[in-house]
Design a protein around this ligand. Structure first.
Ligand code: CU
Length: 311
């Protein structure tokens, strides 16, 4: 409570304390009254019941007081909520993409990460994109949470006010591995953030990395959440493992017919662009959705290099 991790913490926590406070007062008050009535008006002490025929004063009191209390709760709720709706103009923009079951954050300079990096004390505005089903982005420490609805760009903004790492997870049940759909927010002081931001965008560094076969491909597979469904170590997750996949023969179902096929560049490309055209035997259609919007042929070439390294 009142950690100050973001600009929304104090108003949210105040609204919470007010609502809980009023509820506790009523809980205690009503319970005590009830116990008192049980004692005072039981058959022994009060053998003849008194009939009460309405009381205008009482009616007014128990209408007016709760109305005021509810308005007080509304006031604190609204005071906390309404600033969340309007991001400042100069906020740093990040696109947050959710898919079953991973996160991908895209920054204005084109870099992509699976962990959310934000600078300290600066407004950050997120565009919330879902690529498949309804997800919800939740950063408990920042007191922010917003649904991510396919076909609709919801918004969220905040100012992180304390450096450190915070949990970020999906809080809308979105299928089998929903509970693994979590990552971190890393809040870095501005100078550190700038260094990170520039280093990530440095193409010479990326070219260096790209010289080692499979390194770029592994990054692509990681940032795009493929590993939520495909293991690299032979274990079966939602989809077949990537281990030893390249050059092996698989049985697939193509338009209702079974056929054997050797895993080559063309097959892998098709599997990524049109996952439902050849469905691996033993798996269901429609689990993997197309990456046509997110990946291009060059990315897939890197992925193939990576898959070749998984002997
Ligand atoms: Cu989700």
């Amino acid at each position: 409570m009142y950690s100050g991790a973001s600009n929304f913490v104090s108003a949210t926590d105040t609204a919470f304390v007010v609502v809980i406070g009023i509820s506790v007062i009523f809980l205690v008050g009503i319970t005590l009254t009830m116990l008192w009535f049980v004692y005072r008006y039981n058959k022994k002490r009060n053998p003849v019941a008194t009939q009460i025929h309405g009381s205008n004063t009482l009616e007014v009191v128990w209408t007016v007081i709760p109305t005021i209390l509810v308005l007080v709760m509304f006031f604190y709720g609204w005071a906390g909520y309404s600033p969340m709706r309007n991001a400042p103009e100069n906020a740093m923009k990040i696109r947050a993409n959710a898919r079953m079951w991973s996160w991908l954050f895209e920054y204005e300079n084109g870099i992509k990460t699976d962990t959310l990096y934000v600078p300290l004390d600066k407004a950050v505005a997120l565009d919330l994109i879902s690529l498949d089903v309804i997800h919800s982005l939740y950063i408990p420490a920042f007191r922010v949470k917003e649904d991510m609805v396919p076909g609709k760009t919801n918004k969220m903004w905040f100012i992180a006010q304390k450096a450190g790492n915070y949990e970020l997870f999906c809080t809308e049940y979105c299928g089998l591995s929903h509970s693994y759909m979590f990552t971190e927010v890393k809040v870095l002081p501005q100078p550190e953030f700038d260094v990170w931001y520039a280093r990530m965008a440095d193409t010479t560094l990326q070219k260096e990395a790209a010289k080692i076969p499979g390194v770029r491909g592994r990054q692509i597979v990681q940032t795009n959440g493929c590993l939520a469904c495909h293991s690299a170590d032979g274990s079966k997750l939602i989809g077949p493992t990537f281990k030893g996949i390249y050059g092996h023969t698989v049985v697939v179902n193509t338009d209702g017919r079974e056929r054997e096929i050797v895993v080559d560049d063309e097959y892998i490309t098709r599997s990524i662009y049109e996952p439902d055209s050849d469905v691996v035997k033993g798996y269901t259609k429609g689990m993997m959705i197309s990456y046509k919007q997110q990946l291009n042929d060059a990315d897939i070439a890197e992925i193939i290099e990576y898959l070749k390294t998984l002997k």
